[in-house]
Design a protein around this ligand. Structure first.
Ligand code: NAD
Ligand code: TYD
Length: 355
């Protein structure tokens, strides 16, 4: 049994990771999350009686809290999911992104460095800090350019990706300068259960079910490389177990799709799964809206390093993953309704009102 300190474990990917760790391992999870608008205790509701899960509400930038958590729980590894994660929000208000993604990651690294320095040599050697990052740090690809590999130069284009790039550089520097045993993963767009409906796929599912417009930015030809969240979680576990210290691993599902392909797929599956919907065929709800400023055209991950060095492969195809995802949202209407609160409506008005 290992003790993992997971940050951001009430968010989309973090909560899926917590569930998969508790299901597939004996590990104990200390879950530190600030519970911003994106952190949702309901994602963890089924763990109320789970003694291997300890939830702590707090900020990765809170050095005093971090020092105490590290001393009290003596984790074998830290997995850092905590971040502001939505590009459109970073365009409307970049400051929180700098605060959490850059300054917060810095304080987290400092606390971990102090903790790691006083471990015995054996524990120092086995300790890992795994930083979760994004393919967006590599910038935008033209249609026929090769997919991003770990050696692509960084060229972030949004305040979100710039703040993630800064945090990646800090992690790299802490390994290079202080010898901290770090790992960094850069993954493509995730989808699956518990994703907050500001992101494309859950937004489309929720809007379609309510007969609302399905907003497609620009010409809908932007390409993303889609990864089912449980595959991402299995990749993170594999990198934690087998990754080489100081290395970077790109994680992707090998499913490049245009946004128009995504929306048509979601609509067709909803037509099939909700045959009595008054909004069928759902594709009639597709509405082209003003493009996102600085909208990256294409992301694509070359996952050959993690396949070759660690032996990881995704288990889901896009077709199987998207069906599971839509079925999950249909089965969890209560979760969806609770999310559609006042603050979510404020965001929808802010982002789509003037488009
Ligand atoms: P999310 O927005 O759903 O969740 C982020 C979580 O972090 C929330 O629970 C939030 O409360 C918490 N948090 C925010 N600021 C915090 C702080 N200062 N201290 C402690 N907790 C804080 O994000 P996600 O989609 O689950 O993404 C998780 C990580 O994966 C992020 O680092 C993101 O950059 C990265 N990533 C996400 C995707 C994707 O498709 N979702 C793709 C690539 C990389
Ligand atoms: P998103 O889920 O925000 O992820 P990211 O910007 O990090 O890739 O968006 C995925 C793609 O979908 C991106 O090209 C922007 C586009 N998009 C829309 O066309 N309409 C929307 O309402 C949203 C939220 C995104």
């Amino acid at each position: 049994m290992k003790v993992l300190l997971v940050t951001g474990g009430a968010g989309f990917i973090g909560s899926n990771f917590v569930h998969s760790q508790l299901k597939n391992t004996e590990n104990k999870i200390i879950n530190l999350d600030k519970l911003t608008y994106a952190g949702n205790p309901q994602n963890l509701a089924t763990l109320a009686n789970e003694s291997r899960h300890v939830f702590v509400q707090g900020d990765i930038g809170d050095s005093v809290l971090l020092e105490k958590l590290l001393a009290d729980h003596q984790p074998d590894a830290v997995v850092n999911f905590a971040a502001e994660s939505h590009v459109d929000r970073s365009i409307h208000g970049p400051e929180d992104f700098i605060q959490t993604n850059v300054v917060g990651t810095f304080h987290l690294l400092e606390a971990i460095r102090a903790y790691w320095n006083q471990l015995n040599p054996q524990s120092q050697q086995s300790f890992r800090f795994l930083h979760i990052s994004t393919d967006e740090v590599y910038g935008s690809l033209t249609t026929d350019a090769p997919a991003f590999s770990e050696t692509n130069p960084y060229a972030p284009n949004s305040p979100y990706s710039a703040s993630k790039a800064a945090s990646d550089h800090l992690v790299r520097a802490y390994h290079h300068t202080y010898g901290l045993p770090t790992l960094t993963t850069n993954c493509s767009n995730n989808y699956g259960p518990f994703q907050f409906p500001e992101k494309l796929i859950p937004l489309l599912i929720m809007n379609a079910l309510q007969g609302k417009a399905l907003p497609i930015y620009g010409d809908g030809q932007n390409i993303r490389d889609w990864l089912y969240v449980e595959d991402h979680c299995s990749a993170i576990a594999a990198v934690l177990a087998k990754g080489s210290v100081g290395e970077v691993y790109n994680i992707g599902g090998n499913y490049e799709k245009t946004n128009l392909e995504i929306v048509h797929t979601v609509c067709a599956i909803l037509d099939e799964l909700v045959p009595d919907s008054p909004y069928r065929p759902h594709h009639k709800l597709i509405t082209y809206v003003k493009d996102r400023p600085g909208h990256d055209r294409r992301y694509a991950i070359d996952p050959s390093k993690i396949a070759r060095e660690i032996g990881w492969q995704p288990a889901e195809t896009f077709e199987s993953g998207i069906r599971k995802t839509i079925a999950w949202y249909l089965e969890h209407r209560g979760w969806v309704e609770n999310i559609s609160s006042g603050s979510y409506q404020n965001w929808i008005a802010k982002n789509y009102g003037a488009r």
